[in-house]
Write a protein that binds this ligand. Structure first.
Ligand code: FAD
Length: 478
């Protein structure tokens, strides 16, 4: 009997667990460890942060789902991976609970990001200056502070709202973009939009870069860039863009940044939501005789090294689609896999830039929910292969993966909107698509309208249906 352990039950780990439980759960042992007893549908936290969705709608109980799928579940925090002895140490939730040991033959690390607010002095909820929508407690705090700003506007005060990224190497700009456009729509709805200055502050070299080197689409024979597309939306919504800025420090009412040329400046705010840099989760990796083997498993940022080619100069990486991992397997411990944000990309997709003062201005590669789910499936299918036939038959690089992103720009089904962005492949492949962008010009697409708002709502409902393993879950793609 094989023992498979999955750490983390987000888009990547939960997807992997469902395939593993479905195929192996009856005869083998599948165990999932997750800090929270709930799955969190993170994309909808954007709506929690403006008080348009109760947080409960973004959560469901994992135990209930796993009971029906022959998956053991431990709600707790994995603290140590003993890579040679093949077990994980877990601190179960609940005061005074004794740590437990979970043995494994195969381990999937799908722990998502550590939200590294500490990398930017004064950033984030603990410092009490800026807020975040990256987790349910954060989104609830952000909602409270946002509503206080709304209250001040209703009393006649002018407010400055700043939304974006809080570090030069941050990722997830799409979430910040969705939040600011939803804030705009919400303020219009509440009748106080004229009392607010809205600023989008981002480390992207230009609007619409998203850490994927931007995108261009051909529409009715005309080429439009994401920069033009988002720029037009911002103009329409009266949002001031400040891009190419790496935040270096945050103080009460003032965000300090440096730009690409090394000039420093400040942006004033009354309410701000800034996404931090993402690092890997701080697990301890232990080898033979208690040795620290972290350098064999993770990169310096704590993300799991897999079968990519690391350390290439950016130009070489950009020209080599095979440098991106295919099976997400650690080269030193081949029974350890990583999925979702937890795996270490071989380098940035957008061209990195360091300003003359050494401040990095390099959006990190996003691994969105769809990409994370796909990787979770690939890894699970390969572990199933290894258990059943001793060899892997599945692979998918980010240079082969499509990503659909529906960026909500107002949730109302009557006057809401969403930008529907389809990118293929996520990481440009200039070998297969020898055009300027390295992408399939037929598939890559961008469109905005009310239909997108309906699709965004439908996606919430459909994915919750799939992830709760309701009827037909397997035919709904990741
Ligand atoms: C506000 C916001 C909006 C977004 N909107 C979209 C969108 O519209 N579309 C889209 O595709 N993507 C979106 N994303 C990105 C998407 O949420 C992420 O890509 C996705 O959550 C990554 O999945 P993951 O499984 O890798 O990590 P996560 O979802 O972060 O899951 C990791 C899990 O591991 C657990 N964990 C971590 N450490 C441990 C430990 N030591 N022990 C046990 N458990 C642990 C965590 O508690 C968590 O449950 C958005 C992100 C944000 C922040």
């Amino acid at each position: 009997m094989a023992k498979i352990c999955v750490i983390g039950a987000g888009f990547a780990g939960h997807t992997a667990a469902l395939y593993l439980g479905d195929k192996l759960g009856r005869e083998h042992e599948v165990t999932v460890i997750n800090r929270s007893p709930n799955f969190v549908y993170i994309p909808s936290l954007v709506w929690v942060g403006i008080d348009r969705m109760p947080v409960e709608k973004t959560l469901f109980d994992l135990q209930k789902v796993y009971d029906g799928k022959n998956v053991n579940f431990i709600a707790g925090r994995a603290t140590e991976v003993h890579a040679d002895a093949q077990h994980v140490v877990v601190e179960p939730n609940g005061e005074g609970a004794t740590p437990v040991q979970v043995d494994y033959d195969y381990l999937i690390i799908a722990t998502g990001p550590k939200l590294d607010f500490e990398a930017t002095p004064g950033l984030g909820p603990a410092a009490g200056n800026t807020w975040s929508i990256c987790s349910p407690p954060h989104a609830l705090e952000a909602r409270e502070k946002y509503l206080e700003a709304v209250d001040r506007m209703e009393k006649g005060d002018r407010q400055r709202i700043v939304i974006g990224t809080g570090h030069g190497a941050a990722t997830c700009q799409g979430a910040a973009l969705e939040y600011i456009t939803n804030v705009h729509k919400d303020l219009v709805r509440r009748g106080v939009r004229d009392k607010c200055d809205l600023t989008y502050l981002s480390n992207e070299p230009e609007l619409g870069d998203f850490g994927i080197r931007g995108l261009n689409v051909k529409h009715r024979g005309r080429k439009t860039s994401a920069a033009e597309f988002i720029g037009a939306v911002f103009k329409d919504y009266d949002i001031t863009p400040q891009v190419g800025r790496g935040v270096t420090r945050v103080e009460k009412e003032s965000i300090h940044w440096e730009d690409m040329e090394g000039t420093s400046g400040e942006t004033g705010y009354d309410y701000a939501m800034l996404i931090p840099r993402f690092q890997g989760q701080p697990l301890k990796y232990v080898g033979k005789d208690g040795a620290d083997v972290a350098d064999q498993i993770t990169n310096p940022g704590g993300m799991i090294k897999v079968d990519g080619i690391y350390g290439l100069p950016w130009d070489e990486l950009a020209a080599n689609p095979d440098a991106w991992p295919a099976v997400y397997q650690n080269p030193n411990y081949t029974n350890i896999f990583a999925a979702g944000i937890a795996f270490a990309p071989p380098g940035p997709i957008s061209k990195p830039h360091m300003n003359p003062n050494g401040v990095p201005m390099s959006p990190a590669p996003p691994r969105t929910g769809m990409v994370s789910g796909i990787i979770g499936r690939i890894v699970a299918l390969n572990v199933i292969d290894l258990v059943e036939k001793g060899r892997m038959t599945h692979s998918e690089r980010m240079t082969e993966m499509a990503a659909a992103c529906i960026a909500s720009m107002g949730d109302s089904l009557w006057d809401g909107s969403a930008a529907v962005i389809m990118v293929y492949p996520v990481v440009p492949d200039t070998r297969k698509y020898p055009n300027e962008d390295g992408r399939d010009e037929f598939v890559t697409h961008m469109e905005m309208g009310l239909a997108g708002a309906w699709m965004k709502r439908m996606i919430h409902t459909t994915f919750m249906h799939k992830l709760k393993v309701r009827i037909g879950w397997k035919i709904i793609p990741e």
